[in-house]
Every structure is written in C-alpha cells, then in structure tokens.
Design a protein around this ligand. Structure first.
Ligand code: C2E
Ligand code: MG
Ligand code: MG
Ligand code: MG
Length: 281
C-alpha cells in the first residue's frame, strides 16, 4: 500500500485488497455453515492390490456443494479451511463420516466388509488437534478396530515440529492404524525423516505416474521411489493410474497398490459399496 501511495495507485490497489479479504471471509462463513449443516459429503475412490486386482481400501475425499449449487474442488476449499483453522472441525467431521460409512458397509455385509478406509490429514490438524485421541474415540464410537483405518499425511506435516509429529505418529501406530505418506516426491524431500518415522506406505504422486509410460524421466523417478520404499520395507501406492496398461506396468515393477480413474473415479458411498461387491466377488 505504501508503494501504491508513492506511485499514486492507492485507488486501484486498495479496493482490490478489500475485495479479496471480503471474498475470503464469505468463503469462510459459508464453509463454517457447510460443515455444520451437512453440505459436505465424502466421495470414495478404490485402491486396488495390483498383484491380485482386488480392492483393498477406499480413500475418502471431501466434496462440497455450495448454497448456489456449485461443486467446489478440495483444492479450492482445503487451503481456505487450513488458513482459517476450519480444517480442525472439517477434519473431525471427515473422520467421523468415513468411520460411519465403513461401519455401515460392515453392517450391510454382515461382518467385515473386506476393505479399510483412508482419511487425509492436514498438517494443521496434526499440529493443532489431539489427533490420536480423536481417532481412537471415533473408531470406538463406530465399533471399528484401528487396523481398518489408513491415515494419509503429506510431507509438509513433518516440517513444523518434527518431534511432536513423531510422537503423534507413534500414538497413531499404537492404535493400529496404517500411515501413508501422500503425494510423495512433491514436498520437502528430507529423506532423513523417512527412515525415522513409522510410515507404512509411500503414495507416489500422480504427477510422476500418469505420464510415466511416455516419459523416461518420470519413469526413472517412479522406479527410484519404488526401490527406496522396498529398501526401507514400505509398501507403495501409485496415484493417477489412468490406463490398464499403466496398472499392469506398475504391478510388474513391484508397486503394491494402485489408484486412479482407470479403475474408478471417486464414488458416492452407495456406489462404492456396489462396486466393491461387483469387483471383489
Ligand atoms: P490426494 O489425497 O492426493 O487425493 C487424490 C486426488 O487425485 C483426488 O482429488 C482424486 O480425485 C484425484 N485422482 C484420483 N485418481 C486420479 C486419476 O487417475 N487422474 C487424475 N487426474 N486425478 C485422480 P480430489 O478429490 O480433488 O482431492 C484433492 C486433494 O484434496 C487430495 O489429494 C487431498 O490432498 C485433499 N483432500 C481431499 N479430501 C480431503 C479431506 O477430507 N481432508 C484433507 N485434509 N484433505 C483432503
Ligand atoms: Mg490422499
Ligand atoms: Mg495423494
Ligand atoms: Mg495427490
């Protein structure tokens, strides 16, 4: 603003800043209401075991239909939720909804429905919320054991306070959950944390996977991540598999799991359960 004043452009800049702040506030207000009023939902995308082609789990992905009927992408509202702190109630809601859905599938199946559920955790949640207690309480309330849940963390989760995050991750392991490092390869690649943290699965980011068959550099990165995971005794999930050929190649390279539009797009809870019955029959 100071510089704008000097150049005499105050009039054009300041209203813009206010407009952005107003817009941000409007989104926050609507997001807060959406979490309270049930305008949020979860979509579920299958993750398959590449060797057996069976569905092992579903990743839950937040969906928001605004009051004007617009469907917003998590890429747009998760950052707003993180900046405003609303990610804490949103994350609690997502955990509860995912657990409720899995318990419902078990009930319909008349026992263990055969899959686990994956929930994304934001770095902010790990810093601010008592995640382990919240996860344990949610699982208990829905009668689920810890081994039914995978928690997906990003590399940014480790950056803030590594000691605290390490403690939290150990607590989550004590509950029996599986820990996956999401979007691996795109963040702050501090390899030292990889061997010191209790990570079970590396999820290879789709920016390397989707085009790896026509791009030698991407293929090289995928191979390197696969051998790194293997050496550290971790499993791997490839994201962004958009063709059966890609799934086959990744399986042959030793990648454990796969996820992508080639198998299925994210589905509603009901459609996901029907898909599970059909595919794992
Ligand atoms: P993510 O955790 O890496 O989730 C995978 C994203 O890739 C999803 O996007 C999914 O729809 C998309 N995807 C899956 N297969 C393919 C494919 O074959 N091709 C392409 N092009 N895309 C594919 P979505 O649902 O838009 O979610 C985006 C991100 O938002 C997620 O990335 C995750 O970081 C975040 N997110 C979503 N739900 C939640 C949530 O409940 N909590 C938190 N903290 N973050 C969430
Ligand atoms: Mg994820
Ligand atoms: Mg991911
Ligand atoms: Mg991703």
């Amino acid at each position: 603003v100071k510089r704008a004043k000097r150049t005499g452009k105050t009039e054009t800049y300041q209203p813009q800043i206010f407009a952005i702040a107003r817009e941000q506030f409007a989104i926050e207000t609507e997001l807060r209401r959406a979490i309270e009023d049930g305008a949020m939902s979860l979509a579920f995308q299958p993750i398959v075991d590449l060797a057996s082609d069976r569905i092992m789990s579903f990743e839950s992905l937040a969906r928001w239909t605004t009051e004007s009927g617009e469907r917003l992408s998590p890429a747009d509202f998760i950052p707003v939720a993180e900046e405003s702190g609303l990610i804490v109630p949103l994350g609690r809601w997502a955990m509860d909804e995912a657990a409720r859905t899995l318990a419902l599938w078990d009930k319909v199946a008349g026992g263990h429905c055969g899959v686990r559920i994956a929930v994304n955790l934001s770095a902010i949640q790990l810093q601010r919320d008592h995640i382990a207690a919240m996860v344990r309480e949610t699982l208990d309330r829905h009668g689920l054991s810890g081994d039914r849940l995978t928690l997906e963390l990003t590399e940014s989760a480790i950056v803030g306070d590594p000691d605290r995050v390490t403690r939290t991750m150990r607590e989550l392991k004590e509950i029996g959950t599986t820990l996956a490092m999401d979007d691996f390869g795109t963040g702050y690649s501090n390899l030292a944390y990889l061997q010191s943290l209790p990570i079970d699965v590396l999820k290879i980011d789709r920016s390397f996977v989707t085009e790896m068959l026509g791009n030698r550099d991407k293929l090289a990165i995928v191979r390197a991540i696969l051998s790194l995971a293997q050496a550290l005794g971790m499993k791997t999930t490839a994201e962004g598999i958009e063709s059966p050929e890609l799934a086959q190649t990744l399986g042959a390279l030793g990648c454990t799991y796969g996820q992508g539009f080639s198998c299925s797009r994210p589905l509603s809870a009901g459609a996901a359960y029907d898909f599970l019955l059909e595919r794992n029959a």
